[in-house]
Design a protein around this ligand. Structure first.
Ligand code: ZN
Length: 290
């Protein structure tokens, strides 16, 4: 059993901007020295990390007590029309999960695919059938890394909040990655304390309290139009109300990992971490101050 985290842990997606080397091993050291606690390994352009490096990443992360997750390649489409492409996507997702497990990542985030010419209902059942197979193989291999389906920001992509929560409810071994920038961009709203509270209530209602006790969250500023997300932005350059969002996470006692995907990566991750620490300090009983 994975222990329940005591609070939110903040980290970045990929190598921090000021990290001197383009290396996951260096990134782990850099993340820790900058005061963050989590790193998402980016397998987004393909599974380029060798088994040997993955083994070293795992040891290094354990040594520095950093929380590792990974992100599967962007080109996975579990709803591809071409049967060959669909099978390749399944294999790629499974191999991403295996590599993530070797690298010591507790969670693997992935984008499920596109609707293409199919209806949302048809897409849902195709993706559901595929993910049932993948989670079943993952169980038989005892991989131990959780599969996290991400809420997506473009309307052409499968992964509204409702689709993600329903699938996670139906499939054992499937968990959500709640990307609040995507939820905002896709719906064109969800940008106030009450909206965030409503999202978290829905997650709790559909998946139970445990989904918020060990949550995996993505965040950044975001630009969007009527088709959904167009670009990630730094938090202070966007209209995303991150202070209200953080207050809602705090009030709802959400625990787990927050991965920052702003262009500024570590700067925004630290901004959020500091704001969150301030919220937590306000909660410290007065008795402790004397
Ligand atoms: Zn993603």
């Amino acid at each position: 059993m994975t222990p329940v985290p005591e609070h939110l842990h903040f980290g970045v997606a990929g190598i921090p901007n000021s990290c001197p080397e383009d290396s996951s091993l260096k990134a782990i050291e850099y993340v820790i020295s900058s005061g963050l606690e989590a790193l998402e390994l980016e397998f987004v352009q393909g599974l380029k990390m060798s088994q040997e490096t993955a083994g070293r990443v795992k040891l290094k992360a354990q040594e520095h007590k950093i929380r590792l997750s990974a992100h599967a390649p962007y080109f996975i489409n579990l709803n591809a029309d071409d049967p060959g492409k669909k099978i390749q996507s399944q294999d790629l997702l499974l191999n991403s999960l295996r590599l993530a497990a070797t690298a010591g990542a507790t969670d693997l985030v992935f984008h499920a695919g596109y609707y293409g010419k199919k209806s949302p209902e048809e897409t849902y059942s195709t993706i559901k059938a595929t993910l049932k197979e993948i989670t079943s193989i993952a169980r038989s291999e005892k991989l131990g890394t959780r599969l996290r389906i991400e809420t997506m920001g473009k309307k052409s992509q499968f992964g509204s909040l409702d689709e993600v929560l329903s699938l996670c409810r139906e499939i054992e071994g499937l968990f959500p990655c709640l990307d609040f920038a995507h939820i905002y961009a896709r719906e064109g709203r969800v940008n106030s304390y009450l909206d965030f509270h409503r999202v978290l209530s829905k997650v709790e209602k559909k998946l139970g309290r445990s989904a918020l006790q060990n949550a995996h969250i993505h965040i950044s500023g975001v630009k969007f139009n009527q088709t959904g997300e167009t670009k990630h932005l730094n938090l202070e350059e966007s209209d995303f109300r991150f202070d209200e969002w953080l207050q809602a996470l705090h009030d709802f006692e959400v625990r787990g990992t927050v991965i920052c995907e702003s262009p500024s990566l570590e700067a925004d991750a630290l901004l959020l971490k500091n704001l969150y620490c301030n919220l937590q300090e306000k909660m410290t009983p007065a008795a402790q101050t004397d």
